[in-house]
Structure formats: C-alpha cells, structure tokens
Design a protein around this ligand. Sequence first.
Ligand SMILES: [Zn+2]
Length: 107
Amino acid sequence: MSGSMSKQKQQARPRHVPQRTCVACRRTDAKRGLLRLVRDADGRVALDPSGKRNGRGAYLCHSPACWEQALKRKGLERALRVEVLHPDDRAALDQFAAGLPPEEAER
Ligand SMILES: [Zn+2]
C-alpha cells in the first residue's frame, strides 16, 4: 500500500475540546482535567464526578492550593452565585480538599 498524495486537505483546525477554567487559578483545561462542582436548585453545592448533573457548574483543578483559595476567598460562591455555602457542603468540600494529593506534575 503506497500512500496517496492527500496533503491537500488542511487540517489546521484542532479538534474542538471544550475548555473549562479553574475558578481559582484561571488555568484552562479540558473538562476532564478539572473537577466539576454543581449548585442545585436548592443552593446546595456538591462535587459532580460524572459531570452530568444539572445546575450551575464551576470547575477547580485537582490542586489543593486552588481548593483552599476557592473555599477561603469565596471564589466558589462567586462562581456558583451563592451567597454562602451550606455548612454541610462546605465541610464536605473542605474534607475533599484535605484529601487531595499534594501538587503533582501533570501527566
Ligand atoms: Zn486551579
């Protein structure tokens, strides 16, 4: 099989991958690279590992520093348009953030 001379097609356009932005550091990444948080109709906020829940979403890196910033400096509240996180939700997110592995190199 010899290759055909099909270099005519211009494939300059990369395949579209939706980019999300971390609410803390503003790093953009493909959806999979960031953790999604969702605010539901009741104003409750939770992690959305499936990425499919309805509601207003916000994204954060896997970086503990970003979580700390988002939780302490109300970046999350702002991004999700909630006045204040429900204490239970906040506790759950704090706990999740505490369990994140320390900064590691990108794979
Ligand atoms: Zn970040």
